[in-house]
Design a protein around this ligand. Structure first.
Ligand code: SAM
Length: 354
C-alpha cells in the first residue's frame, strides 16, 4: 500500500484548509510573521538558497502555498491547528480537477450576494435563496484514507456540499476519521466498508454526482519509496504485480462510473507506470458499456489547462487529444510522480437514468 509524501525536492507544499481559513488570511498571517511572499515558486526556490522565511502561491491550485522544504512544520501554528495541511501538489490535483468549477460557481454566487440589495426584486431574492439551497455537490471518495483528497473535496464542494468517504481498511479508517476531525470537515460521512460491496443502484447514493477514485497503486511515483527497487525485482514478478494492480484499478474505476448519478469521475494514481495510468484510461474508454452511456474524457481546458506535462501519446494509442486531456507529474515538477484523468458523462437522454 502506497503512502503519499507531502513534499519532495526543494518545496514543502501546504494547502490552506478553506474549511477553517482563507488564502487572504494566510497571506496576512505570513506577512505578520515576517515571511516574504515571492511572485512564483521558481523565484521562491531561488531566494530560499539565501533566506529561510520565503514562500509563494501556486500558479495552478488556488489554495496551495509553496515553502522551502527545510521549514519546520511544528513551528507553524496554523499547521498544528489544522488551518494548513501538508499535501503534495500533485495530490491536490484530483479534488481541484473534480470541483474547481463548483467553487467558481460558489464565488459567483457570493459576488451576486454581495451585489444584491435594494435593487433586487422579490422574485430575484427568491431565486437567489433557491440557488443557495441547491448550492454544493455530493461527492463520493471511493478510496479515502488517510483523507487528503477527502478533506480538500469537503472544502471545495460548496456551502451545502457533502462528501461520503469510503475506506476498507479499519486501521486506515481511524486515520481518515481523525484527519477529518482535525480539518473541521463536518460535511464528511466516513464509512468503513469495501467500495466494491456498495450497489451502484442503491438509492441512498443516487444524488452523488462527483467521484474521486484514487486506488491503491504501485506507488512508483513516490521517490522515497522502496518501489524504486522494483526495476531490479525479477521481471516476471514485477509484471505480474503491475498487471494485478491495473486490473484492480479498472474494476474500482468502472464501479464508480456505474453509479446512477455519476457525472464526473476523477481517477488518479501516484504511479508512473503507464499500465496503471494511460493503460487504465484506455481500457475504460474501450468499454462499450461506458461508450453507450456517454462517458468521455473531460477536455484539457477542464483539466489544469496550463499544466504542461500531459499524458503519453504512444500510451494512448497515438491519440494526441486523449493524451492532452490527461495530466502527469514528475519529481522535476517539484511533486511526486502522479497521474490524473477526469471522466465526464453528459445528461442522459430522457427516460434513461441508468
Ligand atoms: N485518497 C487518499 C488520500 O489522498 O489521502 C489516498 C488513497 S490510497 C492511495 C488508497 C486507499 O484505498 C487505501 O487506504 C486502501 O486501503 C483503500 N482501498 C483499497 N481498496 C479499497 C476498496 N475496495 N474499498 C475501499 N477502500 C479501498
Amino acid at each position: 500500500e502506497a503512502g503519499e509524501a507531502d513534499g519532495v525536492g526543494e518545496v514543502r507544499w501546504l494547502r490552506v484548509n478553506t474549511l477553517k481559513w482563507t488564502v487572504e488570511a494566510a497571506v496576512e498571517w505570513f506577512e505578520e510573521q515576517r515571511w516574504e511572499l515571492y511572485e512564483n515558486v521558481e523565484s521562491m526556490i531561488e531566494a530560499a538558497k539565501e533566506k529561510s522565511k520565503v514562500y509563494a502561491l501556486d500558479a495552478h491550485i488556488e489554495p496551495l502555498l509553496a515553502l522551502p522544504s527545510t521549514v519546520s512544520l511544528p513551528s507553524l501554528q496554523p499547521f498544528t491547528d489544522g488551518r494548513l495541511i501538508a499535501q503534495d501538489k500533485a495530490s491536490c490535483m484530483p479534488a481541484w480537477v473534480l470541483l474547481s468549477e463548483v467553487l467558481a460557481e460558489e464565488y459567483a454566487e457570493q459576488e451576486r450576494l454581495a451585489n444584491s440589495g435594494k435593487s433586487e426584486s422579490f422574485a430575484e431574492a427568491d431565486a437567489r435563496q433557491e440557488r443557495r439551497k441547491k448550492n454544493g455537490v455530493k461527492v463520493l471518495d471511493a478510496t479515502a484514507a488517510p483523507g487528503n483528497k477527502t478533506t480538500m473535496a469537503a472544502a471545495m464542494s460548496g456551502e451545502m456540499g457533502k462528501v461520503v468517504a469510503i475506506e476498507r481498511d479499519a486501521g486506515r479508517f481511524k486515520v481518515l476519521k481523525s484527519m477529518c476531525q482535525k480539518a473541521g470537515a463536518t460535511n464528511v460521512t466516513p464509512m468503513n466498508t469495501d467500495f466494491l460491496s456498495i450497489d451502484p443502484q442503491d438509492i441512498k447514493f443516487k444524488n452523488i454526482s462527483h467521484f474521486l477514485v484514487d486506488p491503491s497503486c504501485s506507488g512508483s511515483g513516490i521517490p522515497s519509496r522502496l518501489d524504486h527497487l522494483i526495476p531490479e525485482a525479477p521481471e516476471e514478478e514485477q509484471a505480474q504485480r503491475i498487471r494485478a494492480l491495473s486490473n484492480f484499478q479498472v474494476t474500482i474505476l468502472s464501479h464508480a462510473m456505474r453509479f446512477t448519478g455519476a457525472r464526473r469521475v476523477v481517477y488518479s494514481t501516484c504511479s508512473i507506470w503507464a499500465q496503471e495510468d494511460e493503460g487504465v484510461v484506455m481500457r475504460i474508454l474501450a468499454k462499450k458499456e461506458f461508450q453507450e452511456k456517454g462517458w468521455t474524457l473531460a477536455p484539457r481546458d477542464e483539466v489544469l489547462p496550463t499544466w504542461e506535462r500531459r499524458g503519453i501519446v504512444e500510451e494512448c494509442g497515438g491519440d494526441a487529444t486523449i493524451a492532452d486531456s490527461l495530466v502527469r507529474c514528475l519529481p522535476e515538477d517539484q511533486s511526486n510522480g502522479f497521474f490524473v484523468a477526469c471522466f465526464v458523462r453528459g445528461e442522459p437522454a430522457s427516460g434513461d437514468d441508468s
